[in-house]
Each structure stands twice: as C-alpha cells, then as structure tokens.
Design a protein around this ligand. Structure first.
Ligand code: GLY
Length: 569
C-alpha cells in the first residue's frame, strides 16, 4: 500500500511541477483561478474578490483565522447568496503546532419557536413558511462566531478584518455573469418578501459588469467594526432587525439576539487508514456521516473497477444509504438530544451495517432502518485557508437556501437565513433537501437545526495533508466523502478529485442523484440493472480544497462549478 502511495506521490510531484504558480486577477471580468501551486499560503473561496481579501490579510501578517474572518465578511458582501452575516456556520481549526478546535456558530431557533410552527391545524406541513419569509429565520450566529474565533485565535486588529468588506459594500463591485443571472432569478421573491426594495433588485435586469453597491450593509459593517459582536446583537443594527421582525410578524426578539452565543465543540476526530480526520461534530451531521462512510468503505479493498466504476459507485451508494438512515433518526443538536456518537461510530456496528451489502444488487431503502442502540442551496459556501506558518482553517457557512429567507433587514442591508427549514417540521416530511427527520431534530426554543456542513482537515502522519469542504445541503458529506476517496483511494490529482462529476444518495428518497455526465453510459446501465434508480440533477457542491504536496508546497483547487477562486503565494 505504502509503495503504491510513494509511486503515486512521485508521479504527482512531476505533474504538479508543470502547473505554473499564479495569482487571481481582479480586473473585470474576473479571472477565476481554479488551481495553483504555492510555497507558503493559500486561500480558496467562492468569489475572486473574497479570495483576494484573504490573501491580502495573510500578506499583512494575519494568520489563517484572521483571513477566514475577513473572507467570511467579504463573502457577505460579494456573494450574498450564501456569504452572510445573517446566517451561521462552522469552523474547524488546526494550528501548525497541532492544537485543534471546532467552532459552532449555527443559528438557533428563537425562544418563541415551537414544534408544530410549520403545520396547519390539521397537521399538514406548510413548506413555504419554513423556506421563505420572516418565519423561516433562525437567530443569526455568524457575527458572534467570527468575533469568538478572532478573540481566541486572531492576531490582527478586528477592525482591519472588517474593513475590506466595508469597502466592497460601500464602493460596490462588478457582478459576474453568474451573479447577475442569479439575482435576476430571485428578483420576484425579493419583492415578495420585503416591504422596501433591497439593493439586490433593480428596475432593469442586472447584467455582468453592473456594480452592486450596498450602503446600508456598509453601515452595518461599520457598527460591527467599531463595536464587535455588540455592533450586531445590540444597538442600532439589532434595533433594525427587531423592527423588521415586528413589521413582518417574525419571532426573533432582542433577548434572542443578546443571548446568542457560539459554542466551542470538541472536534470529531477519527482515524481512517494512515489518516487522521478532523471534522465537525453535531449539531452538524457532517463529521459523523463522513466517519461512518469512510469506516464502512474499509481499508483493504482491492476494488477491481476503481474510480467511477460500477463496482465502486455501487458500494459508495450502499454506504451512503445506510449512513443517512442513521442521520434521519439519531443526529441533532447535542444540547437537546442525546446523539449516540459512540454507537454510531462503533466499528463493529458499522461492519454489521454492511453485513447485508450485496455487491450485485441495490438494497431498497425501505429495508434499511436506522441502527438501534441501547441508549438512546443548497446554498452554503466553504472556504479553506492555510497560512504561512501552517495553521489551517476550514469554514462552511450558510443562509441555508440561496439568499436564505430572501428577507433583507430594511435599513441594515443584510439577508436573513431560512435555517429553520433544516429542522424536521413534522416526522417523515422532507425538507428543502428532501431529507426527513424525526423527534431528534424537532423544533424547540433555542435549539440548533441539524446541519450537514462538513468542514474538514486531514492529517497524514500527524502532518497537515488536506483542508476541504463544500456547500450543498445534504449532499455535503457525500461530496467530501467522494473527494477523500478520489484523493486517498483512487489517487486522482486534486484538480480531478474536485472537478470530477459527483453523485449522491441519502437513503430517502431512494434515488441516486447524478450530475450530468457523472458516470459512463455503461456504468449507469450496470447500476440500473442492480436495482438503483438514477436521476440527473443540477450540479452537486462547490468544493474548495488545499492539499499539502509531498514537496511541502500547497496545491489549491477551486471548484469549476462556480466563480470559485484559489489564491496564494
Ligand atoms: N443549511 C444546510 C446545512 O446546514 O446543512
């Protein structure tokens, strides 16, 4: 195994030396750098301007956490569909010296939320209510999260990290073609869910190169720069948010805002082969699912077919099916629900889980139940950063759906999330991602909805190997799973590992979702003959990854499914 790895490493080193180092250009139209090799530091994010902000902060002497804070805030301006200050997220951190931390700044249900708030009097679920408009919003966590990350690990002054976002909001920036189209597509909803017309709507349709100027957002960011978390959760910005709640009949109160606190969780750390994987514990299902799936994949698998062969894909689907059955029943906010982490990760349990795996036939999801233990936007965005000292940060952050609830706090210029849809509105009823849940993930005041976000750092022989993550709702853990297998099992160069087409199964619905061109016709036929139902869907995830190469350099790859950009030096 080791010999094979050495040969692959050698081949990759030769391959990588052919890729020229490069920097993203910022003149419009933007050049979106998809791949670069750098000596010292790298940033990969969903937008070229945000990536540049991160690189600038590193060049100024900031560390990876400083850069992550500045990139998150910049994304709130230049990538409003998922970058945010009105949403939440998770951060995985590993210092060059080996200190690890996991920050949960997930949104919380307001104190006035209740279990059946998205059901009518007959118990029918009202999906519009949890997806769009003021009742869909959880108490935002992003500003507290950034403040807390900076308080513990930051180096540069806080205001220095907010300043680039203020400038981008105040002066505006040219929209890419993709962003212009995306805003045009949402114009109707922005009008429907707001009393005053937000900056995202213009009388004529947006076109590439038009400037998006966000003066209200710039003022909100100035408050945050000056007063830190209090600039958001108290004072004029909080007052505007509460005014919006009152105007539209929302539930979030000043007390909800004041009480919001992000939480340092114990990172979920597990071994797989010679790797140590550090990922997000509950309230995200991401780390648990990733650990379950890699463990079920096993470590001694002489697979005949290899990457995207029917044999490998079938096995991955069956693994995903079994893991997601557990997600629906057992995973939730650990402050409200006893998540049986030990049982879910028990190697013997996971082996038993695969005992009925048939290499030639699909197992119908109806016959796969969650394990029984004695104790009880898809729009999101990810950024990966490694600084010159070797500190690494993986952040996944979200408003949930693209542009969240579509509610923009009038006068404050920021979008509010629709994270309440990540709760289970009623046992067995699918949410936005078609995921079903039960009691574990029922709504309760102050509770955090179950997430799938999987910011992940991988170590090999105790040294940094990979920083990775992606948006994509319930497809997040399976995308990270695929990238890890692509790199560490199938030996693909990082660019291919990230850019190659993906597929996804989540137990229910019992369907294998495929990106266009994901698998050859022959493999699709074989899978159908095994009993799988295949369904093509739009693109899955936008992975941002940084791999430390055998020669010590950093290989940064931005997904080619969007304007995602790698930067570094
Ligand atoms: N809102 C998507 C997630 O947290 O998984």
């Amino acid at each position: 195994m080791h010999a094979i790895f050495l040969i692959i490493s050698l081949a990759l080193t030769v391959f990588y030396s052919c890729i020229a180092p490069a920097q993203p250009g910022l003149q419009f139209p933007y050049s979106t750098e998809k791949e670069l090799i750098v000596d010292s530091a790298a940033v990969v994010s969903a937008h070229p301007l945000a990536t540049r902000v991160g690189v600038d902060i590193l060049r100024k002497g900031g560390n990876a956490v400083d850069a992550a804070v500045a990139v998150q805030l910049a994304l709130a301006v230049v990538y409003p569909q998922a970058g945010n200050i009105g949403g939440g997220g998770f951060m995985i951190y590993r210092s060059a010296k080996g200190e690890v931390a996991a920050l949960d700044y997930r949104e919380k249900a307001p104190a006035a939320a209740y279990e059946r708030m998205y059901q009518d009097s007959l118990g029918n679920v009202l999906p519009e209510k949890s997806r769009f408009g003021i009742l869909a919003c959880g108490v935002p966590g992003s500003v507290d999260g950034m403040w807390e990350a900076h308080r513990r690990f930051g180096r540069l002054p806080w205001a220095t990290l907010v300043e680039p976002a203020i400038r981008l909001a105040d002066e505006g920036f040219p929209l890419s073609e993709r962003e212009a189209a995306s805003l045009n597509q949402e114009a109707e909803r922005f009008r429907r869910y707001n009393f005053s017309v937000p900056a995202f709507v213009k009388s004529e349709p947006w076109k590439a190169g038009d400037y998006l100027v966000q003066k209200d957002l710039a003022n909100t960011l100035r408050q945050i720069a000056e007063k830190g978390r209090k600039g958001f959760y108290e004072g004029p910005v909080a007052a505007l948010l509460i005014k919006e709640m009152k105007r539209q009949g929302g539930l979030i109160t000043l007390n909800d805002l004041r009480r919001y606190r992000s939480v340092w969780r114990k990172p979920l750390i597990f071994s797989w082969r010679d790797l140590t994987i550090i990922s997000m514990p509950p309230p995200s299902s991401g780390g648990l699912l990733l650990a379950q799936m890699l463990t079920m994949w096993g470590d001694t698998l002489p697979l005949a077919g290899g990457f995207h062969s029917a044999e490998a894909v079938h096995r991955m689907i069956e693994i995903e099916r079994r893991a997601y059955a557990d997600r629906a029943q057992h995973m939730a906010d650990p402050d409200y629900w006893k998540v049986p982490v030990g049982s879910l990760l028990d190697v013997n349990y996971l082996r038993r889980r695969m005992a009925d795996f048939n290499p030639h036939r699909a197992t119908p999801s109806t016959s796969v139940k969650a394990g029984i233990f004695s104790s009880t936007s898809e729009e999101t965005t990810h950024l990966s950063i490694v600084d010159p000292e070797g500190n690494a940060v993986a952040v996944t952050t979200t408003l949930n759906d693209a542009y969240g609830s579509r509610v923009v706090v009038s006068g404050a210029g920021f979008l509010l999330n629709n994270e309440m849809d990540d709760f289970s509105a009623k046992p067995g009823t699918p949410n936005l991602y078609g995921a079903i849940g039960g009691k574990a993930n029922a709504i309760a005041p102050g509770k955090r909805p179950l997430s799938s976000m999987t910011p992940t750092i991988v170590l090999r022989d105790g040294k940094l190997s990979l920083v990775v993550g992606t948006p994509g709702g319930t497809t997040i853990p399976t995308s990270v799973f695929q990238v890890l297998l692509n790199v560490y099992e199938f030996g693909l160069p990082l660019r291919e590992a990230v850019h190659s087409k993906r597929f996804h199964h989540q137990w229910m619905p019992d369907v294998v979702f495929l990106e266009e061109g994901a698998l050859s016709e022959e493999v699709r036929h074989k899978l159908t003959a095994m009993g799988h139902t295949l369904q093509q869907r739009p693109s899955i995830g936008r992975v941002e990854a940084i791999l430390r190469l055998p020669n010590g350099k950093l290989h940064a790859v931005a997904d080619d499914r969007g304007d995602d950009t790698a930067g570094g030096y």
